[in-house]
Design a protein around this ligand. Sequence first.
Ligand code: G4P
Ligand code: NA
Ligand code: NA
Length: 192
Amino acid sequence: MELLEERIRKDGIVKEGNVLKVDNFLNHQMDIELFDEMGKEFKRLFADKPINKILTIEASGIGIACVVARHFHVPVVFAKKTQSINIDGEVYSSKVESFTHKRVYDVIVSKKYLSPDDHVLIIDDFLANGCAVNGLIEIIEKSGATVEGIGIAVEKGWQIGGKTLRDQGYQLESLAIVESMDPATGEIVFRH
Ligand code: G4P
Ligand code: NA
Ligand code: NA
């Protein structure tokens, strides 16, 4: 998506350790007009899917998912990050390992909000190794619902998440795929 790539070029900051900072429009301050264009694009890309629910994960997926949901006219459910100690029989749960944050946490969704009738679009801001998305897929599978697709704002193309999900046959649509980025020069190359 040209608009998102332009914005990443303009306002994205390439950090050491493979991290792309996009706090100016995506992860801290949020550009809702841009999110709205992203929602329109996801709607176009997933037009033929019978999506009745959007699933994301806290925290930074929520804002995007809410704006995207306006284009699908469906509710948003967000998976909560929690400690194992709180997990009871009322929730679906999975373990997510965060490489960026160097820890493992549990994510949960109440059984009230996912069922075999649901056709789910997963939305998240970043795709790196795919740990967060895999956790969401596991939760959807436990509930008996169907994964209709995965919509990502920014995919880091050299990390394994995107390839793994596409090889598994999921319709994965990333609005910008960063092929490479250089913290020394700030140069960002996109895949098309
Ligand atoms: P993975 O889920 O794809 O395996 O990613 P990883 O564990 O490496 O990332 C952990 C968190 O960091 C995720 O946010 C992910 O969206 C985010 N992230 C990964 N790489 C980048 C990056 O280059 N730039 C930015 N801005 N974020 C990145 P999260 O765990 O969902 O945390 P939250 O920030 O949403 O609360
Ligand atoms: Na994040
Ligand atoms: Na996220």
